[in-house]
Design a protein around this ligand. Structure first.
Ligand SMILES: [Mg+2]
Length: 294
């Protein structure tokens, strides 16, 4: 087990409740900037999609921002975007055949720590060209994010909200972003000290983070996950935990409601049931499953 994972395993409860907080699109308004300016241009460049760049861009944004797969791990997003793109009539009409990234697909099936360190180790054992292409893309994405993503503060009201959480809960960042970017972003805004740990993609999936940091340490109804994507909801439910949605496009209102009522309900034991169900229904309506072009 890596040292990074051990940090989560070693966390001892200091407070009665546990709250896992997603970062991109939940705490920081960084999803549009990261995907449109960093991930997508490198997707087009590294995967030879210049001739269909308009459709590649639309597909990348659908997968990562505007559908049920919003916020998914970058390697899963890569495979999904290439698959959807290959299926598009506009792409076939231009005789462009996007890679199926077969090697990446197979790696995803057997690995859960879908980050650059695990990919690098895999390439050392198995120098598959698909894996090497994904690695080059992923490394350049990180480089561009390092250059471009700055001065993107947390959504209004987030800092006060985390301070309120900390009165009764241990808080941990649960994210699929690389640890170095997470630490840079939380430090840049002086909020890294507000949480007990910061878990990124190298520490496994979000469900694994919650399992390591919280499950069997707190009662399930005292564990809450906050996020802006269906994957955050699934990670919560995989651990029997509660979920609070930060609805994409209505984040400020979501944080306001969290401070005004949801957090108090969670602490009072009246969050589960009808209240949570209503919030989740609203959230599910905000993200479609199928692309508008299909
Ligand atoms: Mg997110």
């Amino acid at each position: 087990m890596s040292d990074a994972v051990q940090i989560l395993k070693d966390l001892e409860p200091a407070r009665e409740f546990f709250i896992g907080i997603d970062s991109d699109g939940c705490v920081f308004d960084s999803m549009e900037l990261k995907h449109k300016e960093c991930f997508c241009p490198q997707f087009i460049n590294h995967f030879g999609l210049q001739a269909v760049s308009k459709y590649a861009r639309e597909t990348w944004q659908f997968v990562n921002l505007y559908s049920t797969t919003r916020g998914v791990n970058r390697f899963k997003a890569l495979v999904r975007a290439l698959e959807l793109l290959a299926d598009r009539d506009e792409v076939k009409a231009r005789a462009v055949v996007p890679s199926r990234a077969e090697g990446v697909r197979k790696w995803i099936e057997r690995e859960s720590k879908l980050g650059n360190p695990a990919l690098k180790a895999e390439i050392e054992r198995n120098p598959d060209p698909d894996l090497q292409q994904a690695m080059a893309w992923s490394l350049e994405v990180n480089e561009v994010i390092g250059k471009i993503v700055r001065d993107v503060p947390p959504f209004p009201g987030v800092v006060e909200s985390i301070k309120c959480m900390n009165q009764k809960a241990d808080t941990v960042v649960v994210s699929q972003t690389p640890a170095e970017a997470l630490e840079r972003e939380w430090k840049e805004h002086g909020i890294d000290g507000l949480v007990r740990a910061i878990a990124g993609q190298e520490m496994g999936t979000k469900a694994e983070h919650l399992a390591l940091a919280a499950r069997d340490k707190y009662p399930a109804d005292k564990i809450l996950m906050l996020g802006d994507a269906p994957g955050d909801f699934k990670a919560a439910r995989a651990n029997g935990a509660l979920f609070y949605p930060v609805v994409p496009g209505a984040e400020e209102a979501a944080w306001q409601r969290f401070r005004d009522e949801a957090l108090d309900r969670f602490f009072a034991g009246t969050y589960a049931g009808d209240y949570e169900k209503k919030l989740i229904r609203e959230f599910e309506k905000s993200l479609p499953e199928n692309p508008p072009w299909s």
